[in-house]
Design a protein around this ligand. Sequence first.
Ligand code: M6R
Length: 356
Amino acid sequence: RKGGYPHFMLKEIYEQPQVLRKLFSSGRREIKSLMCPRDIKQIVVVACGTAYHAGLVGKYVIESLARLPVWVDLSSEFRYRHPLVDRRTLVIAVSQSGETADTLAAVREAKKNGARIVSICNVVGSSLTRESDQIFYTLAGPEIGVASTKAYTAQLGVFYMLGLELALRRKKMTETSYRQAWKSLLRIPALQEEVLRSRSQIQRVASRHHHFGSFLFLGRNINYPSALEGALKLKEISYIPAEGYAAGEMKHGPIALIDEYRAVVCIAVQSKIYDKMISNIQEIRARSGRIIAIATKGDHHIRLHTPEVIYTPKTDEFLSPLLVALPLQILAYDIAVFRGCNVDQPRNLAKSVTVE
Ligand code: M6R
């Protein structure tokens, strides 16, 4: 059942391009059916864990494309907060399993206040789908590994489709730029395959860092959630303490942690704030932190700052989380394997959290 792979997690990492191909080919038409209040004033995303990180990327995507405010909340916080939602709010619940107790409770709370519920879910017929007004399936197939991988990039895929659809409806995007953006989106699976072909490069980085006692993951803007997700992947399967941080927050605390024992994964793909990330890298270097950079193919300049570079192919900045996720997943996977951990069933964790 592992299709020749040593672990389900690795198999699921490798399935991502085909999952996205399928998702985009059926989703392109299906997303047009989105039922959204005409007089919508905000979107609220509720989710837990990796699904929450997908929601954070969704916020950047929808706000920048459709110019609509998006609030992202952990389901476990939202449900007890007497949240500000009403019938002009679209609530998007994100869950791979559709059985996460806190997300179900959050949805019930939102419904009491008249909000419309759209779910992004992977499991057909799950409890969440029965509670929702509309469902967009991630079509990722069964995800067995406890660490979510293909479900995450599929959730991102749905957010991109939603963002584009809302942008068009709200006339924040012309037909031409909409078609152009779809063209870039459809190129992503092939670019993911390119990343997967370079696994040996990531494996070598993992072999040199699996003994580090702690990791920091830094990202900015749309890749800030990627940093959170990279840290979550590493900690849950390798048990190495790992923190994700917005790089701009370095000086507000985390820089105190930097020394030669700290590995710092810096997401430094090409973007309009690339130079800011480079300044952060210089600050870390000056304090002897061990830097692993995730950069865009062709960026030789980054090697002036660190020899440990993992390259991802060039794409539009707003789509980069769909590529950056893969080396982060593989890095976590290979580090956990080097440490002899049970990657598919890490200690203390269940695939779906059906109690609060
Ligand atoms: O089934 P869900 O997407 O609702 O699950 C949410 C989290 O429990 C889940 O993403 C968890 O954080 C994963 N183990 C992360 O890899």
